[in-house]
Ligand binder design. Structure first.
Ligand SMILES: [Zn+2]
Length: 466
């Protein structure tokens, strides 16, 4: 494989070379579960899914960790206002998040650690930073002294001349120009949910969460860390300071960031009435695959302009892909024999190369999608001309399915039912009785492609799942 990815650290394309051969380790910042994700958030999660799927399609094992931030300023405020526990407050939003991922056909990560379940690891990391001289305490809170980390700013290229010694910021999220010491541990305010620590009752800051969890599950150094562009500063800058401050080693090889989604050319805002959740969008057009397709129609490093027209065009594109898949599938399941006048092998190989070239070029999903339609057009034309048989159609089908392992817009093949298999075995026995061995073989091949293996024995034909 030769996958080039744009590294925010250094602002250049780099070829991925996993630290452990054959295994890509990936950390993707997860949601803060204090509200329902908007479609801009979801664009980032779909980009990360495409990254994951392409790594797998390239033959790599992937270990992906995504944190769930279930304690921070906003969550504590929200839970207090509603008079409920943190768990009661965050549970419905966590559930909504996973429902959205499922509808957008996002494959699950290997782990989804919750911040509230990893507090001891965060305390240990803060202690390590303390022993290396990176922290100071003030009124029960612990801060990272950025002046002790000379590399501070290397990811975001923030203007360090704005930094004023000793000034600090206690909020989890703060202004872009605030180059200040940041909170690792925050002293509990009266009535707040808190944890015991060497510095008294309190709770971890947001940034330390991702350093602690990524290092726990992926090791102190790993391959890829992703997020949205607004994570670059302060969140990811702070993660680097915490992790490299603690280990003295490089933290992450490649930092990838997805650009914003805008609506009708404008930034999303509740006040402008252009702020959409997935439910809002599906309320107008109930086609999650079209939303996913639209997200992929623009490379992740470009701003995506969401419009209803663009969603309509995406829905039409998905419809064309599905219609072609059905047509190819029917021919593949038929007994049609053709001399193979159409060079399907060469054409499929040409498409695969174009598709992979797009994906390997910093996940250029627009280029990969663009390669698909000429291929489907050619296959359709060959079917019209009677130039494809079942065998050729099976190759076209597997070529399309391979592309869809990344695109993820086709429905997953329905589970084969035992009654359906029994009927097929019966049809095959009948074909063998009339010495139609071509038909018998076709049925066996078709079932094999659906994961069903037939075994002929003295007691008749038995089947099992592969
Ligand atoms: Zn994070």
């Amino acid at each position: 494989m030769s996958l080039s990815l744009h590294n925010t650290l250094g602002r250049r394309l780099e070829v991925l070379s996993p630290l452990e051969p054959g295994h890509a380790r990936l950390y993707t910042c997860g949601p803060t579960v204090y509200n329902v994700a908007h479609i801009g958030n979801l664009r980032t999660f779909v980009f990360e899914d495409v990254l994951r799927r392409h790594l797998q399609a390239s033959g790599l094992r992937v270990t992906q960790v995504m944190n769930l931030t279930d304690v921070d300023d906003k969550i504590i405020r929200g839970a207090t206002e509603k008079g409920v526990s943190l768990e009661e407050f965050t549970a419905p939003y966590t559930e909504a998040f996973f429902k959205d991922l499922k509808r957008l056909n996002v494959e699950p990560a290997e782990r989804y650690p919750k911040a509230t379940e990893q507090v001891p690891e965060m305390i240990t990391l803060i202690e390590t930073l303390g022993s290396r001289g990176h922290t100071y305490e003030s009124e029960g809170s612990v801060y990272f002294r950025i002046a002790t980390f000379p590399d501070y700013g290397k990811l975001s290229r923030i203007d360090l001349s704005q930094a004023r010694r000793g000034e600090r910021v206690a909020d989890d999220e703060y202004e872009k120009e605030d180059v200040k010491d940041f909170a690792l541990w925050k002293a509990a305010k009266p009535g707040e949910r808190s944890w015991a620590s060497p510095w008294g009752e309190g709770r971890p800051g947001w940034h330390i969460e991702c350093s602690a969890m990524s290092m726990k599950y992926l090791g102190s150094r790993f391959d890829i860390h992703t997020g949205a562009v607004d994570n670059i500063f302060p969140h990811h800058e702070n993660e680097i300071a915490q992790s490299e401050g603690a280990t003295g080693e490089p933290f992450v090889n490649l930092w990838l960031h997805a650009e914003h989604l805008i609506v009708d050319g404008e930034k999303m805002a509740k006040s402008k009435g252009n702020f959409f959740t997935l439910d809002d969008v599906l309320g107008r057009r109930d086609d999650p695959a079209a939303v996913r397709y639209l997200f992929l129609s623009v490379p992740y490093r470009k701003k995506l302009n969401f419009t209803w027209e663009a969603l309509g065009a995406a829905a039409a594109a998905v419809e064309r892909i599905r219609a072609a898949a059905v047509r190819i599938g029917e021919l593949a399941a038929s007994g049609a024999e053709k001399p193979g006048a159409y060079p399907i092998e060469e054409r499929s190989e040409e498409f695969r190369r174009a598709f992979d070239a797009g994906m390997d070029d910093d996940l250029n999903t627009a280029e990969a999608q663009g390669a698909l339609f000429p291929y489907l057009r050619d296959v359709n034309a060959a079917i019209d001309a009677g130039a494809l048989g079942a065998k050729e159609a099976r190759l076209a089908r597997s070529t399309l399915e391979r592309a869809d392992r990344v695109l993820g817009v086709l429905p997953v093949a329905p589970e084969v039912l035992p009654s359906e298999i029994e009927a097929q075995i019966e049809a095959r026995n009948a074909a063998r009785k009339r010495r139609d061995f071509a038909e018998a073989d076709r049925i066996r091949t078709e079932l094999a492609e659906r994961g069903i293996v037939l075994e002929d024995g003295p007691g008749g034909t038995r089947w099992k799942r592969k």
